[in-house]
Design a protein around this ligand. Structure first.
Ligand code: DAH
Length: 338
């Protein structure tokens, strides 16, 4: 039987040696080690081997199986290496690879980072509020009477159950003061929604940045200094900034802020860029009523608030002529800001 095993082993080794591809190698494995393979069948003969010969025959059987298995493994690795070499042949590894497209932040995100970065250095903390709001947070608490045009069905997305999509981020002023007593120094970037016809300067969803500062001894000079510093950090330190009296229900006095845009070869012009003012005492009164205390006693605290449109800031800074470019995700446009 040992001779028989030797014969099977050499037959197997030559078959493995002769195999030039995976299928032939697999056939050899099945032919010798498979359930009906030659070595497997031969090992059935063990039961007829005289007892005293069993150890020697058993050893020979194991040696044959080991030799065949090792030869199979070695050949498999060799065939794989050949296949890899073939696949790599003709590839010049010194050629530059396919370029990975480089991503970039959207201009609105870039503008947001600039504004938030500057304001945070001045000590403003980020605050948030829901985009689905109550009429009270969006209008009543902000001293906006029921007949104010901003509340019109045709200007605002109402859900029909008293809720609405906030028309401005000024709602976060109210949410913040409801939640915590003064002092307050927050900025709240986020989406606002209006039922505007979409055109080159209007979107029905856009981004605002709200600010609120409430403490004792807050003056109009603080408001002016803060916003001039912010706008000059965005548009350049020599940018002329002007405060023009205006009206907002939630501030008194109120202003619109303009910056002067000077394009080479064109007459300089003023562009409106933000709304702001000193918080109206009626806003504090509404907050106190909701809180059930006098934390925001208008005789003791005062504050300023402001709201900026981020699309507008980006359009002016980068000379973007149509606001819709900002939401079209056309990489030919966006690539310019990479
Ligand atoms: N909420 C105003 C708007 O959307 C902008 C604004 C004006 C915000 C004056 C303010 C403010 O905080 O004081 O048009």
């Amino acid at each position: 039987m040992i001779d028989q095993l030797d014969a099977i082993q050499s037959e197997a080794l030559s078959a493995i040696e002769a195999a030039t591809e995976g299928d032939a190698l697999e056939a050899a494995r099945v032919g010798f080690l498979g359930r009906k393979g030659k070595l497997t069948l031969a090992s059935a003969g063990m039961k007829d081997v005289p007892k005293e010969d069993k150890p020697a025959v058993g050893q020979a059987l194991n040696a044959a199986r080991k030799a065949i298995t090792e030869a199979l493994d070695a050949k498999l690795a060799a065939l794989q290496a050949d296949a890899d070499a073939d696949a790599a042949a003709g590839i010049d590894v010194t050629l530059p690879g396919a370029p990975l497209p480089r991503g970039a932040r959207h201009p609105i995100s870039q503008m947001l980072s600039r504004a938030v970065g500057t304001l945070r250095r001045m000590g403003f903390a980020l605050a948030t509020g829901p985009e689905i709001e109550t009429e009270w947070h969006c209008f009543d608490a902000l001293n906006t009477p029921p007949d104010h045009p901003a509340r019109n069905e045709s200007d605002t997305f109402y859900f029909g159950d008293g809720r609405l999509l906030r028309t401005h981020t000024s709602t976060v002023q109210i949410r913040t003061m409801e939640a915590a007593p003064p002092p307050v120094r927050i900025i709240a970037p986020g989406s606002a929604y209006r039922r505007d016809e979409i055109d080159a300067t209007h979107l029905s969803q856009f981004n605002q940045l709200e600010g609120l500062y409430v403490d004792t001894d807050v003056s109009l000079a603080d408001l002016k200094g803060t916003l001039e510093y912010l706008l000059r950090s965005i548009f350049g330190k020599d940018t002329p900034v002007r405060f023009r009296p205006h009206f907002f229900p939630f501030t008194e006095p109120s202003f619109e802020i303009d910056i002067q845009l000077r394009v080479k070869g064109k007459a300089a012009r003023w562009i409106e860029i933000a709304g702001c003012g000193m918080v109206d005492p009626d806003v504090f009164n509404a907050v106190n009523q909701a809180r059930g205390d006098q934390a925001y006693d208008p005789d003791k605290v005062g504050g300023f608030a402001f709201g900026l449109g981020l699309e507008r800031l980006a359009m002016i800074l980068w000379g973007i002529s149509d606001i819709r470019l900002l939401i079209e995700n056309d990489t030919r446009f966006l690539r310019q800001f990479a």
